[in-house]
Structures are given as C-alpha cells and as structure tokens.
Design a protein around this ligand. Sequence first.
Ligand code: SF4
Length: 443
Amino acid sequence: MSAPDARPAPKVSFVSLGCPKALVDSERIITRLRAEGYELTRTHAGADLVIVNTCGFLDSAKQESLEAIGTAMNENGKVIVTGCMGAEPEQIAERFPNVLAITGPQQYESVLEKVHLAAPPSHDPFIDLVPPQGIKLTPRHYAYLKISEGCNNRCSFCIIPKLRGDLVSRPLGDVMREAEKLVSAGVKELLVISQDTSAYGIDLKYAESSWRGQDYRTRFLDLSQALGELGVWVRMHYVYPYPHVDAVIPLMAEGKILPYLDIPFQHASPTVLKAMRRPASQEKTLERIRAWRSICPELTLRSTFIVGFPGETDEDFEMLLDFLDEAKIERAGCFKYEPVKGAAANDLGLPVVPNEVMAIRHKRFMEKQQQVSARRQKAKVGRRIQVIIDEMGTTVAKGRSKADAPEIDGNVYVSTKRPLRPGDIVSVRIDRADAYDLHGTAA
Ligand code: SF4
C-alpha cells in the first residue's frame, strides 16, 4: 500500500567507470539511493538525473570519462559527476559548465546531497526495502571487499595518493561483518581489494579488533585467517611482496584462502623500479616467489607491468622478459607507459621511450606472456580441478578455476549433462587448454 501523497520514485541512471575500487564506491552510492527509494534505470533518457562515477588514472581513462559525461549531457542534461576525476573539477567544468555538481572520490555524502537537491526522494526509507548486504553491481556469487582507502606509497607515475589521500584501513571487525553479510546473501567468492592490501592496518598500528568473540589484529595475516573461516573462495588482489606476506602462503597451501596473488610488479629492472619508486622494490622477489612455491606449488601469480617507462633501456626490458619466465607469472597485463598529468615521473628528466619502441616491447611482452601462460595451462590437461560457474549455456557452462579472477583472467568452459547454476563449485576434468582458457567435463 502506498502513502496517499506518494510521488513516483525518482529515476537515476548510473555510469560506473574505472577499477574495482571505483565499482565498490558505485555500489555504496547505489545502495544508499535504493534505500531512499530511488529507482535505477538503464537508459539516460527518461531518468531524473544521471550520475557518472569517473576514473582519472590515465589520460585515456579521463578521455573515456569525459565522453561518458558528454553522452549523459546530450541524452539527459542533468548530470552529477563523482569519482577520481572529480578531484580535479576544473577539467570537467571547463568542458561541461552545465553539470549539476562535481564531487571527488569517496564523497558519498556529497553525491547524495546533490541528488536530493536535483531529484528529492519521494519514499520513506522505513518502508523501502533494501537487502541488508547492499546492492551489488557484480553477479550475486562473487563480490569485491574493499578493506581500505588511499595509499601511503608514492609511485612516481601515479596520482592516486593525491586524489584519494593516505591509507585509511577499515577495522578488521567491520570488514569481517561485511564479508559475513555477503556470504549469507549467497556470495561464494570474495575478492579483497585496496590500493595496497599488504599495507592493511599500518595506519591503525594493527589495532586489535574483535570478530565472532575472538580478538584479531587489523593486519593482512589476521584478515586472511579470519576470511579463511568463512568457507568461501577468498582471492587477494594488490598485494606487494613484503616479507610479512610469507606468513599468508601456508594458509593458501591449507586451502583456507585461494592460492592466488595479484601483485602489480610493474617492472623487474631495479633501475626502472627505483625510478618508479615502487614499494618492495628492494626485496629479493625471485627468491621469495621460489620459497612461496615450495610451500604452495599451486600458487598462481597475476600481475600488471608497464613498458616504456622513461629511461627504460633494452637491457631493462630484457630483464623484464626474463623475470616473466623465471617467476612464471601466468597471468599478466601489460600497459604502454602514458604520462599522467601531475605525476612526479614527468619531472624525472629521463629520456622518453619512442612510441615505436614501446609498441615493439609491448608486442614482445605479450608473446612471452602467452608462452608462459600456455605452458602452465597445458600442465593442467588431464587433471581434475574445481571450477566456480559464472554462466550456464545449453550444454556448456562458463566458469573459472582458482587461478582465474573474474573479468581479468581466463575462463574454463565446462561440458555438462546436468544444469549448473552461477556460484556452483564443481569438479571438472580438463580435456584441452588454450593459452588462457581451459576446456573440460564436469564430473
Ligand atoms: S601503490 Fe603506487 S601505484 Fe598503487 S596506488 Fe599507491 S602510489 Fe599508486
């Protein structure tokens, strides 16, 4: 039954751009809007307003954000901009002087304030239902779990600390309560994200925090142990190879958390890493990875790299290719260096790598990466592995193994006689391997 003075719910069209961290911000804003009775629409036309959550990390991402704002202005005209690009509002205001408001990253409250002004809520939050775990933009069976905001590192190519500030960790108890809610709502895989997961809790001096009546410290190891109690897949993203990460590897070997680490190495040459001012660049990374693999042979490493950073020589680049091989990085993304406005790297005075050289290095990197990946994939043929199902077709389901994160890694195509549902975890015999994908049969 609706209240006598109820007006139709205001409609909001939402565009979410950028990394998983931005996606989590979008989910938080949408959860609040839904709780206040707003409706989400898939098209800009007919919506009461549009919110664009922008990404401002690279110039190409900024371009994509500006285009999204342009489309929203043309198709609707009432636009609120938020996210990383909102930290530098001049660029947006110059090009789109009529946007309703521009707010920066994580400014959930100001986004909501602006929405209330432009399209006041018409429902009473007490009678609107929102699932207690919030609204998720990811499929129901997996969810991102953001453990901190900001970053204490100062990598020379990155402006995220300028945009998002220093590290602010969420106390372990808070993170775990959110994780528990997600699991009880049906999530089977948690993807832990932050700018620097291994630095979790440093700002809180690893403060004690309680969960399920037990005391934990707000730090990477304790978080991994606590998440390991939930009985779902737990995947760690954005970890740096600091010595304290060693203690988490046995949890992977015991099957408590997934044997998967996403470590954005960015390069392997000490000279380039130094110019990049990368965290943990002084660590003996190869030795560390070998030691990890001796404890947990199943460990999969995913990483991202940049080729063509100013000053990168042929020798530096060869070192990078050797590293891929020796460290057996089976999942890797490679980006051509792009200068970011406001980044310290622009003032290093190092020689710029010409575009043609950068393109050749990128191609050679991808070829090498494909070989490394294909070798590791081939070794899985004939084995039986666990696969989480993402989508069901008529006779073939699409899923992922423990070695594959959603959206960035490969897939496993599973032939099956019985219908499978997203989130099911099934045992699959691998029949065939491509460079990145696997094909198999469900038991
Ligand atoms: S670790 Fe480096 S690249 Fe990552 S957010 Fe922090 S400063 Fe940027």
